[in-house]
Design a protein around this ligand. Structure first.
Ligand SMILES: Nc1ncnc2c1ncn2[C@@H]1O[C@H](COP(=O)(O)OP(=O)(O)O)[C@@H](O)[C@H]1O
Ligand SMILES: [Mg+2]
Length: 310
């Protein structure tokens, strides 16, 4: 059986991607799941610091440059069941990874002998990042309750879905069709990615079903982090609705995490943080998100007042 892949991307720097990736990984390992966490934030890899892996013996550079398996370069952490593939700040630039190296990475990720592989993609939206995000079984985006962060999330999703459409059309002998149609979008009254996909469904009946199938499998999971009071958690519902309406894919609001003033002090201890923010710990909030993701549940409007207790 191959691992289920969860990728966290899209939020701008500082929104809590690495905190969420490490928190989910620690929580899942804690309930007995076998986890590999991959630090694919190549320009700002820091999961080894968060997980306190003090003597990295191998990084993703070794994987790309040598004939070694992903499993063999993953390292033990202080947490049983949780191994880490360390990113490399020094040598790797996400855009310098060649196609063949990328294919090798995907092949190894999908055959890891784990329950879950969790990938921290960092803040960029280069092609490597978008493609890794699109490869995931669970695509997770995170935002803080600020409009710049939410805009950033939409921008990332727009690029990811545009990329998905482009690759699909190129595979069906319609290379550059998405770009050209988008350029002349006013002629066809195309205003959103959803309109663009619908346009191709209409004009190319032969690919319509396949295209529908490709996009109907996409499910974006939204996490709102650094929530300071209850209305902030409603943002998750609005973001979800916008994604469904304008991007034409399904979306789930997977949960919110409270702002905790002391979190930064614990970010490099290599173990779960059980500080109390309200009557729930941050780790319980992360655990709640993990269960929502595992069981494909989501926060309902009626849950929101109980969701963030401040
Ligand atoms: N819920 C939270 N409450 C308080 N501080 C947080 C929270 N989530 C993240 N942070 C802090 O924000 C900073 C950035 O988090 P990080 O996970 O490194 O972001 P990213 O990986 O998205 O750049 C860290 O110092 C972290 O301690
Ligand atoms: Mg990070």
């Amino acid at each position: 059986m191959s691992a289920e892949i969860w990728a966290i991307g899209g939020g701008k720097g500082g929104t809590g991607k690495s905190f969420l990736a490490s928190g989910l990984a620690m929580y899942l390992a804690g309930i007995g799941k076998k986890i590999t966490l991959i630090d694919a934030d190549l320009g700002g890899a820091n999961l080894h610091t968060i997980l306190k892996v003090e003597e990295p013996t191998a990084t993703l550079s070794d994987f790309f440059e040598r004939k070694v398996s992903l499993e063999s370069i993953s390292q033990e952490t202080k947490i049983p069941n949780l191994r880490l593939v360390i990113g490399d700040i020094r040598t790797l630039n996400p855009d310098s990874i060649k196609y063949g190296q990328r294919v090798k990475l995907y092949r190894h990720i999908t055959s890891m002998p784990d329950d879950y592989v969790i990938i921290d993609l960092g803040a960029g939206s280069g092609l490597n990042t978008l493609d890794t995000f699109l490869l995931a079984d669970k695509m997770i985006t995170i935002t803080v309750p600020e409009s710049t962060s939410i805009d950033n999330l939409y921008h990332f999703l727009k690029k990811a879905l545009f990329r998905k459409l482009n690759v699909f059309l190129a595979d069906h002998h319609l290379k550059d069709a998405a770009k050209n149609t988008w350029r002349k979008r006013e002629e066809n009254d195309i205003r959103t990615i959803k309109h663009l996909v619908d346009h191709f469904k209409k004009i190319s009946p032969e690919v319509s079903n396949l295209l529908e199938n490709e996009f109907s499998h996409i499910e974006i999971n939204v996490v709102v982090n650094q929530v300071r009071h209850t209305p902030h958690s409603h943002i998750g519902q609005s973001v979800k609705s916008v994604i469904i309406k304008y991007f034409g894919v399904s979306a789930h609001y997977a949960g919110a995490i409270s702002y905790d003033d002391s979190l930064w002090k614990y970010m490099d201890r290599g173990e779960p943080y059980f500080g109390l923010t309200s009557d729930r710990t941050i780790m319980e909030e992360v655990g709640n998100i993990a269960w929502n993701l595992m069981e494909k549940k989501q926060v309902k409007l009626s849950d929101i007042s109980a969701e963030v207790l401040l």
